[in-house]
Design a protein around this ligand. Structure first.
Ligand SMILES: Cc1ncc(COP(=O)(O)O)c(C=O)c1O
Length: 362
């Protein structure tokens, strides 16, 4: 039996009646851009995260870019971020004309290593972007202390971690602003592109709202060059169907993760969940020195698995000249990680199959 990484058809079938009804409502309203659905979703996501405002934008990448712009990041500035992340985190910095400064990750969590940040600070450092990679919150307490001590902005890349909790607070409420992606594979997912910035800083909210709509705060008055980067009503309506179920969907991912970890502990490196963190397992990522051979073995049995990320950003062509610290954890991670199938609709039979697939290799 083949096991897929993700199955969006099963998901749609599960929510079909509610989604079809929500879509029909939007289609009948004749209102497709920045209407009631986006406004309501912005409020609901902000309230869920424990922040004051949500601003719907067209993708997680734009959420990052517009946030950096709204916070005044520009040419000559340096922004600290991991190299072991999706390329969009660094692209957003580059779009602003600023320089990404890559810092290593902790090999236990695959998140930014706060102990390596002070070595990367220069008079040009303006911000830190921790990525809550694979759904596990970054060590925000240490990062907040550093940001405070050195007067740096702290922007959460929460694209992979909707619903994750750090020391009793949801991700999204732990820095100056947080950026979510609603790409179809994400834990809270649209059926197309979408994203949201969450912040409690009113001036940041106002600036992002202006930037996402052609730099306009009053209709047809443009005080700066902006963009067309809006979340649309159809995607917002789909997201509003799923948002009330997100805790349950994340719990199902955690059940799958628990079964994997029980069976695979001691055989491969299983994901860790530090005390006080609630991991939402956007990915269930194991580590092993024989990663490539294990992957081939699983794929031969029809078990879909992926490597996030095989080439760290400091080795990617556009970022080769960027400043960086030592990259020991990052480079090892890129050689040893393997993400197994995980989603809320995986059956127990499929979970067993994946476990047997891994165990049969060893
Ligand atoms: C860590 C991270 N940051 C940013 C993004 C960009 O989000 P999007 O694809 O919605 O632009 C993604 C996902 O694709 C991501 O995984």
């Amino acid at each position: 039996m083949a096991v897929a990484q993700l199955d969006l058809k099963r998901e749609y079938n599960h929510f079909r009646i509610e989604i079809d009804r929500a879509l029909a409502k939007v289609l009948k309203s004749g209102h497709f851009i920045l209407g009631e659905e986006v406004r309501a979703l912005e409020e609901e996501v902000a309230a869920y995260c424990g922040a004051a405002y949500g601003i719907g934008v067209s993708s997680g990448t734009d959420a990052l870019y517009l946030t950096l712009r709204a916070l005044g990041i520009g040419p000559g500035d340096e922004v600290i971020l991991p190299s072991f992340t999706f390329v969009a985190t660094a692209e957003a910095v580059a779009y602003c004309g600023a320089t990404p400064f890559f810092v290593d990750v902790d090999l236990q969590t695959y998140n930014l290593d706060p102990n390596k940040i002070e070595d990367a600070l220069t008079p040009r450092t303006k911000a830190i972007i921790p990525v809550h990679l694979f759904g596990l919150p970054a060590p925000m307490e240490s990062l907040r202390e550093l940001a405070k001590r050195y007067s740096l902005l702290l922007i959460e890349d929460a694209a992979q971690a909707f619903g994750a909790i750090y020391k009793e607070k949801r991700v999204g409420s732990l820095g100056d602003a947080a950026c979510f992606s609603f790409f179809p594979t994400k834990n809270l997912n649209a059926y197309g592109d979408g994203g949201m910035v969450v912040t409690s800083r009113e001036e940041v909210k106002e600036r992002i709202k202006a930037l996402r709509g052609h730099g306009s705060r009053e209709r047809y008055i443009h005080r700066e060059i902006g963009y067309n980067s809006r979340l649309d009503e159809i995607q917002a309506a789909i997201l509003r169907v799923k948002l009330p179920h997100i805790d349950c969907l994340n719990e199902k991912r955690r059940e799958v993760a628990y079964s994997y970890s029980q069976a695979l502990q001691g055989v491969v490196k299983v994901p860790m969940e530090p005390l006080g963190s609630y991991h939402v397992y956007h990915q269930y990522t194991i580590g092993t020195k024989v990663r490539d051979r294990l992957r081939e073995h699983l794929e031969r049995q029809g078990i879909d698995c992926q490597v996030y990320y095989p080439v760290p950003l400091h080795w990617q062509e556009p970022f080769k000249g960027c400043p960086k610290g030592d990259m020991e954890g990052t480079e090892r991670a890129s050689q040893e990680v393997l993400s197994l199938p995980i989603h809320p609709f995986l059956s127990s039979k499929e979970v067993e199959e994946v476990i047997e697939g891994v165990l049969s290799f060893f």
